[in-house]
Design a protein around this ligand. Structure first.
Ligand SMILES: [Zn+2]
Length: 122
């Protein structure tokens, strides 16, 4: 029986069980060496809070664009914040706090490509 997938603590993507982890699956917490090195920094937690504040400031029927959060954090260098914001959003999805949508439909955060929107779960 294959163990249930996990969520990477850093990027929020799904980690599928692989045979190489047979002996230490219990200890696997990150999808890659990069994610293990990066972990979750105070800035990353701040991004989660900003996402939460922004979605909660809008009507329940609305969605927000990740770039709104990025621009609020770093007006000049907001593009550098886009991937960190997406990572924060994926971690929140894994905890059931957020949904990621594309064209109005909820999508899988691990595989979604292209522009996304964020909202509270409905
Ligand atoms: Zn990861």
């Amino acid at each position: 029986m294959t163990p249930e997938p996990k969520t990477c603590r850093s990027c929020g993507r799904r980690i599928e069980w692989r045979r190489k982890w047979e002996r230490d699956w219990d200890r696997v917490a990150y999808c890659s060496a990069d994610c293990r090195r990066r972990g979750v920094r105070p800035h990353d937690l701040d991004l989660e809070q900003r996402i939460a504040q922004l979605v909660d400031s809008r009507p329940r029927s609305a969605t927000i664009c990740p770039s709104e959060v990025a621009r609020a954090v770093a007006p000049e260098t907001w593009r550098d914040e886009m991937e960190p914001v997406r990572r924060a959003a994926r971690r929140m999805v894994a905890r059931g706090e957020l949904e990621i949508t594309q064209r109005g439909s909820v999508v899988d955060p691990s595989t979604a490509k292209g522009p996304i929107r964020l909202r509270r779960p409905r």
